[in-house]
Every structure is written in C-alpha cells, then in structure tokens.
Design a protein around this ligand. Sequence first.
Ligand SMILES: [Zn+2]
Ligand SMILES: [Zn+2]
Length: 556
Amino acid sequence: MPIGKLQVVPLGGCGEFGMNCMAIRWGDDIIVIDAGLMFPEAELLGVDIVVPDISYLIQNRDHVRALILTHGHEDHIGAIPWLLSELNIPVYGTEFTLAYVEDKLDEHGLLDNAVLNEIRPGQGFRIGPFTIEPIQVTHSLVDCVSLAIHTPLGTLIHTGDFKVDPTPSDNRLFDLHAFAEYGKRGVLALFQDSTNVERPGYTPSERAVRARFEHIFSISEKRIFISCFSSSIHRIKLAMEMAAQHNRKVALVGRSMTESTEIAQDLGYIDAPPGLIIHPGQIKDYAPGQVAVLISGTQGEPMSSLSRAAVENHKHAKIEPGDTVILSSRIIPGNEKAIYRVIDHLFRRNAKVFYEDGTKPPLHVSGHASQEELKLIINLVRPQYFIPIHGEYRQLKLHAKLAAEMRGAVGSIFLIESGEILEFDELGARKAGTVPVGRVCIDSGSTGDVVEELIIRDRRHLSEDGFVLPILAINKLTGQVENQPEIVMRGFAGAPADNGFVEQAKQVVLDTLEHSTHEEMSDYGVIKEKIRLDLKRFINKNTQRRPLIMPVILEI
Ligand SMILES: [Zn+2]
Ligand SMILES: [Zn+2]
C-alpha cells in the first residue's frame, strides 16, 4: 500500500441542508465534488443566496485541480460562479448538468474563461492521482451520477443525490450492477445521501405521479396551471404529455421554467410535438379548456410568476374562477407560510387547488432514497468505512445508526460535520483536525448581475454600508397606507445629505405602492419584497452603495 495520507473534507452539506461541497486530497492534489448553495432562511433579510466558505480551497489554490459535479441541482452547482471567480479550475459534469452550469456562468459573465469537460456514466477520467468513474443513478433531475473515485489507498464512492427508481421516465436506469461490481472489488469508503433517512420503505417511482395528473386533467374543464421546480424535468415532461393527450396547448411562464425546458428539449429529454408549445401572450387566444400553463414559483417566492398570478398581477397568467392549479412539489421546510399564503390567494380567486395534502396517488414524489434503498446500496457496496453526507445533524446520526445495524456489510462508521478532516492511511481512518468553514451570504442584486457586483454581506460590509428601514403604516381594515412612509437610515454613509435624498427615497416607496394591486398590498411578504427591490435599485443607482434594506410594516 502506498505511503501517504488521503483526506476527505466536507466544506458544506454535512450537518446542514444544502451547500454541498467536498474536498478530497492526496498529497498536493485536491479535487472538489460539487459546489452548491443554500437558500437563505427568512431571518437573513436582504440576502439572496448562501454559499460555503471556501477559504480552505483558496489557501491551497495551487493544489486544487478540478471541480466534479454529481448533478445540476442548485444545492450542488449554485456556488459555482462564486467558486470559479476565486479559483478558475476546470469543471467536470454530465451533458445536462453542464448545460445548467453554462447558463449560470453566462449570466455571471464567467462563461468565456471557464473550462467545462463533459463526463459520461461508465467512462473514467483521470485527474492527478485520482481516476474517477461516473455511475448512472436516478433522482428527481436527469443525467445524475454517483462518483467512484479511485485513489492510491482505495476506492471512494460518493453517491451524490439519488433514489433507486426502477421505472424512471427517461428510461435511463439506476446502474445497480456498477455498485455491485465495485462492492466485489472492494470499496474503501462510501459517502451516502442522508436526505430521506427518516423515511421507512422505498421512495415511490416518478411514475406514481402520472395517475394523479391523469385524474386531474380528466376532471378539469378550464385552464390548468401546473407549478413544479423548473429542474423537475420528469414532471415537466409528464405535464406536456398529459396536455398533448387532452388536446391542450402548453404555455411556459417564468424565466427558470422556460430556460430549463429549452435545455431539456435541446438535449432530447422532452420531445414536444410541433405546435404544442405556445407563447404566454397567446394564452388568451385559446378557450380555457384548451390550455395548460407551466408556471414557476412552487415555494411561494414573493416575486415568482405563480405568486404574482395569485394576486392578479401577471400579464399573461390570469387565474379565473374554476381554473385548476396544481402544486407538484414538496413544501420545503421554512417556506410553509409563503406557500400557504399563495394557496389562500388562489382559493380567493375560486381556483381549484391541488397541493400535497396526503391524498393518494401523490402529486409529488421525492428524489431521495428511503431507508430500504439506502440499505440496498450499502449492501451492494460493503464499504470498509461508511460516512453519511447531505443532511442535517440528526439525519447524519440516524443514517450512521442505520448503517451500524447492518453488521457484516459495513466496517467502521464515521460521523463528520462540515469542516472536519477525515484522514485515511495504511493504518486506518481517523478524524484529523478541522479547516475553516461557514456560510457566506451573497446579495446578487437583481438576477443577471455580474460577479464583480456580488456583495458579501459580512459584518465589515454591513458596518460600511449600514442599513435603511422604510417604515409604512397600513390600516388593517382598509388596506390603505396611512400617512407618509418614514425612512430610517443608520450607518449609511452614502446618502447625500443635501439634495432631498430621503424625500426621493420616500417617493420611490410611494410609487411602488401606487403600482401595486390591493391584494399585493394586503400580502406583506409581497409588498415588502417589492419595496426592497425598488429601493435597492434607486439607492444603488444614486450612491453605488448597497445598504441592507429591511422594510417594516406597522399595522394600525
Ligand atoms: Zn439533487
Ligand atoms: Zn441535493
């Protein structure tokens, strides 16, 4: 056995939801698996995304050889612009994953300098001392892989995100044979997705949703609005097939939905018959019973197309009494309030709303493996070491416990959290210290801003740019704004004192209010976000500063 130390360091995703990123090091060579983001929690007002602290990679910048991606979900690729703007390393991913990455880099003006290498399941490639073989797996997205990483000390298997779906809608099967084959040859360590470890049994196949969609399509007479994650290619494909069968045209509403569907069509995952897709502007030209609308915004994001349609503020997507709205996605914990607020608005419009309420067959199935699938993979791989990844602490702990019960299939189990170094050598494995990790909050401005404008809202920055609080008093009964909005500024050095800057800012708020519907006004989440965006635009333009803007609404 070669002399040397193999180190595995999760930089995110172990002990927290999202921000998946892992460094693997042998001597002077480091590869990175995934670079994901985390969506900010509600208390991080004014922050758009959260990415992992990559100080460890920056400190070792001369040794970092490549970024290898398991699949195209934001919690695996969302931090790439941030990572590549610090370290311009080559990126490896499957065709579909790279298509998402290209869009993202293009948006941030980073595409020209990026080196993107396509990888395929079953085709190994070499980076320094590592040989990496992607293995085809099934998940809620398409073209996803696990990675077998051959190191001088043995093979590591990183599952990425997966479920074992025997009937995926794209017919690209989970490669159980490959896992079994590696198991036979011997695997040093298995790093496995913990997301659904709390669920007993098996995760239903993506096909399970079809029966429910069929039923809803058969009973709906007016327009059908379907909202799912824009990356749910299987679901978009299903919705289009259903629409075609029921003689409905399909309109795509929302930028992410349109872009994602285009990629899926270009790469052959969705095969829409000619004439099926119409422009959103044409919705009004068809009878309600002849249209289905795929619309983005399943999580109640205040500015999303669905949220705006729900408060009658979307140019093309108008929801009328008797229309059907399907929310085909899971409710991400933390988003419940926002989602139910949108559902309330839809009820107010007298739409028929279908959302995950436990009714069978399901409107949504998870993309992650439940307990029996996790056990199956452990059993096939029979690793010397088992390490749960992708999960909050309790999930990692439960996953470690699940593996511990499989005596004979697993050697030792390590529970490591982000920042902890797991070290292997000829004597075994152990925890060997920590590297700095953490969350970096980024305010990307309006979508489409370039990376140079990314602002890191660390404390230093906050103290430099200060904050701005627009304060409104809204009459709860009438929904009207009572007297003038107040604007409080603290530590905001950029405000020109003399030229009525505060007065202009007040005017911006008044204009925003004037251009809002009654329903938007009564939805504080929406109105706050509109005020924040408009004020931000005004302040950036006039001061080049980016204070934290936190609208406050007082109900009187
Ligand atoms: Zn995923
Ligand atoms: Zn994930």
